[in-house]
Design a protein around this ligand. Structure first.
Ligand code: HEC
Length: 192
């Protein structure tokens, strides 16, 4: 009788440990993110261009922690060095793709998806407000000149390389001269 009791007790304690462990594991994992949803027609109509620009450029953080679009895309004349070049330039995207296609891509709900963006924005979905603002911003950029800032990046790299070369030249010029001077002095001494 006593034995039975203690084994029951043991089982209860181990169950308690399992429960505690499970609680710990699930408690530590981040809260499950909600799946992205499509914005309503009202939300789309009220998309804010200014806010879309800030979201695109990363001046305002995306609510669910996704990376800003400009990491991979440029639109019109953004930033001093332009955006990333992994994704296509989106200046005229609203002329090339329908709203439904673009929103389907941003919410990962459509058939038109980007294999690169899909995993990122599945884990960090864009809110319906963010999608509407980004769409408004992309619409507003249609027809603007696409400035290709690649030449600026190249010029800066060349200037940087030349600058480093000059700096090394200045640093090592004196060293070589000092070595040479010492050698000349030594040779003079030996000759005299
Ligand atoms: C990690 C890089 C990356 C980020 C960040 C990213 N994109 Fe993309 N995007 C791509 C790539 C690459 C493509 C081209 C399709 C492909 O190869 O996956 C693309 C395609 C697109 C397209 C379709 C372009 C076309 O011509 O078909 C749109 C619209 C778009 N992205 C919008 C956005 C917006 C808005 C954001 C910010 C919320 C964003 N992207 C963030 C990489 C990225």
């Amino acid at each position: 009788m006593k034995n039975q009791n203690s084994s029951k007790h043991k089982m209860r304690t181990s169950l308690l440990w399992v429960a505690l462990f499970a609680f710990f594991i699930f408690g530590c994992s981040s809260a499950p993110v909600e799946k992205a949803q499509l914005p309503s027609a009202d939300e789309i109509a009220n998309g804010n261009v200014e806010n879309g620009l800030k979201l695109f450029m990363g001046n305002v953080h995306l609510e669910n922690g996704g990376p800003p679009c400009m990491g991979c895309h440029s639109v019109a004349d953004n930033g001093i060095l332009g955006g990333g070049a992994l994704g296509p330039n989106l200046t005229n995207i609203t002329a090339e793709k329908s709203e439904a296609e673009i929103l389907g891509l941003l919410s990962n709900t459509g058939s038109f998806i980007s294999p690169v963006m899909l995993p990122i924005y599945t884990d960090h979905p864009l809110t319906t407000q963010e999608q509407s603002d980004l769409l408004a911003f992309m619409k507003s950029s249609a027809g603007q000149p696409e400035t290709d800032k690649e030449w600026l990046v190249i010029v800066i790299s060349i200037l940087g390389t030349v600058g480093v070369a000059i700096a090394f030249g200045i640093i090592y010029r004196d060293r070589l001269r000092n070595v040479r001077r010492a050698m000349v002095r030594k040779a003079e001494k030996e000759l005299l």
